[in-house]
Design a protein around this ligand. Structure first.
Ligand SMILES: C[S@@+](CC[C@H](N)C(=O)[O-])C[C@H]1O[C@@H](n2cnc3c(N)ncnc32)[C@H](O)[C@@H]1O
Length: 194
């Protein structure tokens, strides 16, 4: 186990964001980018574990009012700075999602990128407005074979086929699972209809 893996989430990610070069992580992930044209261009969006804000800022530039939640103050500080550089704004919220709490608002779009906290899934589902869109992508356990040093347990990695089953009440628009550019991920675009 690396020394940094022994730290609580907040300290570990604060350290990473402090040393992240300014030009890194400034554009949305390819999946979020591909989903954007299908997403509404007004209303409220939530970026779960937003980090340095690459997806939050893309959502804000698309026209949405974005709550960007992360445990790392340093990450969100960078996110707010990135938004300002791109002439938009986001609403950064420093919060440990392990508390299982999300803002009480309903969201038209929720993005969860490269983060998995299974305990939070019911809260994410409950926070979607009727007709709301969920964009969810994260690593699968196959990633442990590709970069074994990067993850020290299976806890935060999806099992094969798991993401397809995590949101049984949503209508699946797109689903993909596989390896691309040495990244093993599953990706879901889905909507909530009552
Ligand atoms: C791999 S990064 C992904 C960041 C962003 N979603 C993206 O795609 O660029 C994982 C993020 O999860 C955040 N995180 C980890 N544990 C957390 C927790 N308990 N509560 C809130 N955020 C957490 C980290 O601070 C980090 O920003």
């Amino acid at each position: 186990m690396r020394d940094e893996d022994r730290l609580p989430d907040r300290q570990r990610w604060d350290q990473r964001y402090t040393s992240l070069e300014p030009e890194r992580r400034t554009t949305p992930t390819p999946f979020v980018s591909a989903c954007l044209p299908r997403l509404p261009s007004c209303g409220y969006a939530l970026d779960v574990a937003a980090g340095a804000g690459r997806n939050s800022v893309a959502l804000a530039k698309h026209g949405l009012q974005v709550d960007a939640i992360d445990v790392s103050w340093h990450g969100l500080h960078r996110a707010a700075a990135l938004a300002a550089r791109q002439h938009t704004t986001i609403n950064p919220i420093v919060l440990d999602l392990a508390r299982g709490w999300l803002p009480s608002r309903r969201y038209d779009v929720i993005v969860n990128s490269l983060f998995l906290m299974r305990e939070l899934i019911p809260a994410i589902k409950a926070a979607l407005s009727e007709g709301g869109w969920l964009v969810f992508e994260t690593f699968t356990i196959t990633q442990m074979e590709i970069t074994p040093h990067r993850f020290n347990s299976h806890d935060r990695l999806l099992r094969p086929g798991e993401l397809r089953q995590l949101f049984p009440d949503l209508s699946i628009i797109d689903y993909w699972e596989g390896v691309e550019d040495d990244r093993a991920t599953a990706r879901l675009l889905a909507r909530f209809f009552v």
